[in-house]
Design a protein around this ligand. Structure first.
Ligand code: COA
Length: 553
């Protein structure tokens, strides 16, 4: 296999400028992540500590194996919506007693840990990841239930959380609830539906209705402990399987439950030998993407900084050259890669993509999409040459591909290019964005220009004069709006990706994703048809070979 050469001039002014620009974006990202880490703010965190409680992130940290990495998901949930950044909780993949688990934890310092529309989407996304990748699911519960002022957006779709919990259990994916505090109303069904429930004496409170509501409903006088205390649930109702003395004890019990699952990952044999790092420094990914996404960059420079030994076996390098396709390994996992080169997808690129996706399915290895596309080529000659049909072939191949997909949005992700390159609607197992990513139906200037032309034609059809001044104002306003809506933090806030990551971490993040993917029963060599259905229904309990390596970020 060819070791990719690099022509990136790290001593050039262009490299330095791009690097500075990316570092500035990463500083903005850090500031938003700091908000998520800050939970409900110093006042509520202090109150929580004064009650002798651990913060949500301390709980997660103590639950996972010492010094092991935690792949946090959806950290920007709720960004730009008026709700706290982070979606009143933490979700991610962590290793407990050597087993990769999906951890979903409510943050009681953010409005009592109540679930707002964005936290709901975040929890549901976490559950989807657990189901698709067959990861044991551990819930750290302390929540005031639905965010009452926004209940209309939560109540009906939120029922899926409980359905998914039971379906996971039925499919052999263990569900574990560690209850640290309140788990009221609908929230009471989280421990109710979980396979294993741990409650803390004097702390956990699980009831369908608290004392005030019981008084209102039936007139009965009650107190927290008799209604839903941990001791009552451990001794009388039977809802609690384990009674912990305190938070640390609950986390210890949670770890021992996972240890007893005897969970074994099951994937294809990995490339022999230790995974080699890339020859080229992943740190140089900082200086690759131009601020102006109209300026193309060579995705081989990215691949050279992601894959083992920078080795890449390019497929059809002379044909459809605006799309790079080929074979590589990442942390020892063989993968196929599709990467946009000059942004636009033409007919040749579309046909090449469809063929390559079929070949990857034949071999049965995961596919990595590296997006930087402005979409499919438009214009009379392209239409006449069949761009719709050829683009459809590519989108068809992506839609019906059965191997797991991973997507990184590096730069532009516009129009149907987002679909053909496996955007969110095409259900990649994981999708992460770089701070340089931008997604929309088309670029802001083009979109505003289309509206302007349509308006001009409509005025002409009505026989009215066209108001140039109003048109210029409209175009400027629309451009600003689309620019803001295309921003990666905004899209991540809406859960259209699984997080915005530092380009330097891409290899580690993808390595962790691949490791998680192989928590599911995987394909043997040549066994694409063996990849499981994403839903829990057809999935069987994994068995087989030992687990894969975990990578530090
Ligand atoms: N929806 C919206 N806001 C909520 C909320 C909910 N379900 N639960 C709590 N909050 C808000 C509170 O109004 C408070 O806001 P403020 O600080 O601006 O006044 C903040 O979250 C903290 O709540 P507080 O009661 O001070 O925290 P606590 O730690 O002492 O108690 C709870 C937390 C969850 C036990 C308590 O708030 C509670 O019982 N909430 C209602 C639970 C319920 O009946 N839910 C039904 C859901 S279907």
């Amino acid at each position: 296999m060819t070791v990719l050469a690099s022509s990136l001039d790290v001593g050039s002014a262009g490299y330095a400028g791009r690097r500075d620009w990316m570092l500035a974006r990463l500083a903005e990202l850090d500031a938003e992540h700091a908000k998520a880490i800050g939970g409900g703010g110093p006042k509520y965190v202090q109150r929580h500590r004064d009650r002798g409680k651990l913060t949500v992130r301390e709980r997660v940290e103590l639950l996972i194996d010492p010094d092991s990495p935690f792949l946090e998901l959806s950290a920007l949930a709720g960004y730009g919506t008026g709700f706290a950044v982070g979606g009143s909780g933490v979700t991610g993949i962590g290793v407990i007693e050597g087993t990769e688990c999906l951890i979903s934890a409510s943050d009681p310092t953010v409005r009592g840990g109540s679930t707002n529309p964005w936290s709901l989407r975040k929890s549901m996304r976490a559950m989807r990841i657990a189901i698709e990748n067959r990861l044991p699911f551990v819930n750290l519960v302390e929540s005031g239930g639905a965010d009452l002022p926004t209940q209309k957006e939560i109540f009906i779709p939120g029922g899926q959380v409980f359905r998914d919990l039971t379906q996971m259990s039925a499919a052999g994916i263990p569900t574990i609830a560690l209850v640290f505090g309140n788990s009221t109303a609908g929230g009471a069904y989280v421990p109710g539906m979980s396979d294993y429930v741990v409650m803390i004496e004097g702390r956990s409170k699980v009831f369908l209705a608290g004392p005030p509501l019981v008084k209102m409903a039936t007139g009965e006088e009650s107190d927290d402990e008799s209604l839903g205390g941990a001791a009552m649930h451990a001794r009388q109702s039977g809802l609690a399987d384990f009674l912990a003395a305190d938070e640390l004890d609950a986390l210890r019990i949670g770890r021992s439950i996972v240890a007893r699952l005897n969970w074994r990952a099951n994937g294809p044999a990995r490339a022999p030998g230790r995974a080699e790092p890339p020859v080229h420094d992943p740190g140089e990914l900082l200086g690759l993407v131009p601020e102006d996404l109209k300026v193309p960059f060579d995705p081989r420079e990215v691949i050279a900084r992601l894959v083992d030994g920078s080795r890449f076996d390019e497929f059809k390098p002379l044909y459809g050259t605006s799309l790079v396709t080929g074979w590589a390994a990442l942390h020892g996992h063989p993968i196929g890669i599709l990467a946009n080169a000059r942004g636009i997808l033409f007919s040749a690129e579309s046909q090449k993509a469809a063929q390559f996706i079929q070949l990857v399915n034949q071999v049965g290895v995961p596919l990595l999409f590296l997006q930087n596309t402005t979409g499919y080529m438009v214009g009379a000659s392209y239409e006449q040459a069949g761009i719709i049909k050829h683009g459809a072939m590519m989108i068809n191949a992506v839609s019906n591909s059965r191997v797991p997909h991973l997507t990184i949005i590096m730069g532009a992700s516009y129009g149907a290019g987002n679909y053909g390159m496996c955007g969110r609607a095409y259900s990649p197992r994981f999708l992460f964005s770089w701070p340089s990513a931008k997604s929309a139906v088309m670029g802001p200037a083009q979109l505003a220009g289309v509206l302007s032309i349509v308006g001009r034609q409509a005025a002409a059809a009505r026989g009215e004069p066209f108001d140039e001044e109003a048109d210029a104002a409209m175009r400027s306003m629309v451009e600003q709006q689309i620019e803001a809506e295309s921003h990666p933090f905004v899209l991540s806030g809406m859960l259209y990706d699984d997080g915005v990551i530092d380009p330097r971490d891409t290899r580690s993040v993808l390595g962790m994703c691949l490791s998680a993917i192989f928590s599911a029963p995987g394909a043997g060599p040549g066994g694409a048809r063996d990849w499981p259905d994403p839903g829990p229904a057809g999935a069987a309990r994994a068995g087989g070979t030992a687990r894969y390596g975990i990578f530090r970020m």
